[in-house]
Design a binder for this molecule. Sequence first.
Ligand SMILES: Nc1ncnc2c1ncn2[C@@H]1O[C@H](COP(=O)(O)OP(=O)(O)OP(=O)(O)O)[C@@H](O)[C@H]1O
Length: 230
Amino acid sequence: MVKAAGEVVLRLRDVARSYVSGDETLHVLRDISFSLCAGEIVALVAPSGTGKSTLLHIAGLLDRPDSGTVEISGRDSGRLADNDRTAVRCSEIGFVYQFHHLLGEFTARENVMLPQMIAKKSQRAARARADRLLGLFGLDHRLDHLPGKLSGGEQQRVAIARALANEPSLLLADEPTGNLDVKTADIVFDELLRAVRSSGLGALIATHNDDLAARMDRVVTLRDGTLAEL
Ligand SMILES: Nc1ncnc2c1ncn2[C@@H]1O[C@H](COP(=O)(O)OP(=O)(O)OP(=O)(O)O)[C@@H](O)[C@H]1O
């Protein structure tokens, strides 16, 4: 559910995460503390390999930190049972990846309906919301198309609509337009920002593109495993 402006939707406290391969331990995130409020859009800009995806996966409850806490809308995810954790991920968090990850055998409309069906919405309500969201992205004429019949920009618009399907309080995006040509990326990114602003959710968006980052409310970066404001 979208929260009132100013309410904290994501809070990371002293988060650390390392990867062990062979004899080596790579301390990717050393000490991350960060808060994101409803209605706020934050850019995460940092060089390749510094841990942006790792951070987004932890914030999106797709991965767990070695230490520290991740709160989603005030709920400490570390204290949730697995099924509650999945429910929070499904209802509170929308995730957009660089590659669309749509299900190829389902139409655009069905892809946007699916997370709603998982959240136990009625088929009728899910369909109505899917059509409305896809309409917002100018895809009224593509509802029954399979992803393989859509352009890259259209595929990514469907993926964004799917992330918004359950009215999450938090949107996390990992290079959401990084796979598109510059012009299409620019347009889709503006559409994404417009949708996020009009829904009032909090968003953390990783990008390598400084121009796109400048359109957000604030910019943070990763340095030596810690998060700094730019
Ligand atoms: N499962 C894993 N096992 C071992 N090392 C990993 C694993 N996942 C990521 N890494 C390493 O952790 C570091 C951070 O990776 P991550 O993908 O979070 O960076 P990133 O900033 O998102 O990079 P990019 O901008 O290139 O996507 C990299 O050095 C990567 O090789």
